[in-house]
Ligand binder design. Structure first.
Ligand code: BJW
Ligand code: ZN
Length: 275
């Protein structure tokens, strides 16, 4: 006899094979099995800062060194990490299903390194590997690459423990266009998401008469506007499938009777779920 989890899996597979328009909202939990800390879990790992107090324009304005060190550290961790089976499963499913769009709240590049098709993923909160001028209005300079890490590495070994004093202000990266400070190319609380990303999401929703399925993987789904897309998909007819280690999220997303909840590590669940 089949247990309820197997029935669940069967009904999900039935729906997946018949789904063409699929949207996935992924969060830090997707990269957890790669050893990268989730957003809410970072606090205990990087000095004793609460990440929600560092991921703000106010934190950067009052202590840019500290905020650069935080992102420099995370950039370093992401560079050393390898994509896990969850990234690979989602990348492979995306190659099979051209109508599957992933909205990533993660700022690492592990999905790309797992071969996720570039045109099928949008990064809502930016990238650890982008830097941009603080003056987005008048200047707008941005660049990708590791320059900032190596610039900071000259004064501090970011792979080691953070025991030495903060690097002097002059070592912070500045804009080659207007000489103001460069900042990490991520989206902080209170800031708008990149215009082209919002447009991409709107176009995708507009392009499908009906959304068949929404996957919500490894995210606490508490940060907006990202979390709001769950409801947008539902209003377009989508059934929701949540994958999370934490059962609390079953209720968080307000799941309906014909939705799915799979509890556990995304790296364990996704390979079976998406095969
Ligand atoms: C596993 C696992 C495993 C672990 N397997 N699972 C509407 C209502 C209320 C508030 C707002 C609203 N609209 C806007 C706001 C304000 C604010 C907001 O949402 N606040 C909430 C806290 C209430 N939003 C904003 O400010 C946004 N901007 C905006 O709305 O601008 C409007 C505007 C318009 C015009 C002009 C000006 C403004 C911007 C939000 C930006 C969020 N940025 C961050 C930082 C990015 C850089 C960085 O990473 O440092 O993005 S915050 C942080 O949260 C980060 C993440 O991407 C995001 C989501 O976190 P995520 O990924 O869900 O991680 P966790 O740690 O929370 O959860 C991990 C989950 O995985 C957990 O559930 C675990 O159980 C699970 N898990 N291991 C499976 N192995
Ligand atoms: Zn500039």
């Amino acid at each position: 006899t089949l247990d309820s989890e197997e029935v669940n899996l069967h009904s999900f597979h039935d729906h997946l094979v018949n789904s063409a328009s699929i949207i996935a909202l992924v969060g830090a939990g997707l990269s957890a099995a790669s050893g990268l800390s989730t957003f809410q879990g970072i606090g205990g790992l990087w000095r004793s800062y609460d990440p929600t107090t560092l991921a703000t324009p106010e934190a950067f304005a009052s202590n840019p060194e500290l905020v650069w060190q935080f992102y420099s550290h995370r950039r370093h961790c992401a560079t050393l990490a390898q994509p896990n089976l969850a990234h690979h499963a989602l990348a492979e499913a995306s190659r099979r299903k051209p109508g599957l769009l992933t909205l990533s709240q993660k700022i690492d590049d592990l999905s790309e390194r797992a071969g996720h098709p570039q045109e099928q993923i949008l990064h809502l909160h930016g990238s650890l590997f982008q830097s941009r001028c603080v003056d987005s209005q008048n200047c707008g300079y941005s660049r990708s690459g590791m320059a900032e890490s190596s610039q900071m590495q000259r004064t501090r070994d970011i792979s080691g423990p953070y025991t030495s004093p903060d690097p002097p202000f002059q070592t912070l990266p500045t804009c080659p266009n207007c000489t103001r400070l460069l900042r990490p190319g991520v989206v902080w609380f209170g800031e708008p998401l990149p215009r082209e990303v919002l447009a991409g999401i709107r176009n995708w929703f507009d392009s499908c008469a009906k959304v068949d399925l929404m996957l919500v993987i490894g995210t606490s789904a508490q940060v907006y506007p990202a979390a709001g897309y769950i409801n947008v998909a539902r209003l377009k007819g989508a059934r929701i499938c949540v994958v999370n280690t934490n059962r609390d999220h079953e209720s968080n997303e307000g799941l309906h009777e014909d939705d799915w909840f799979f509890q556990g590590d995304a790296a364990v669940i996704l390979p079976t779920l998406l095969q």
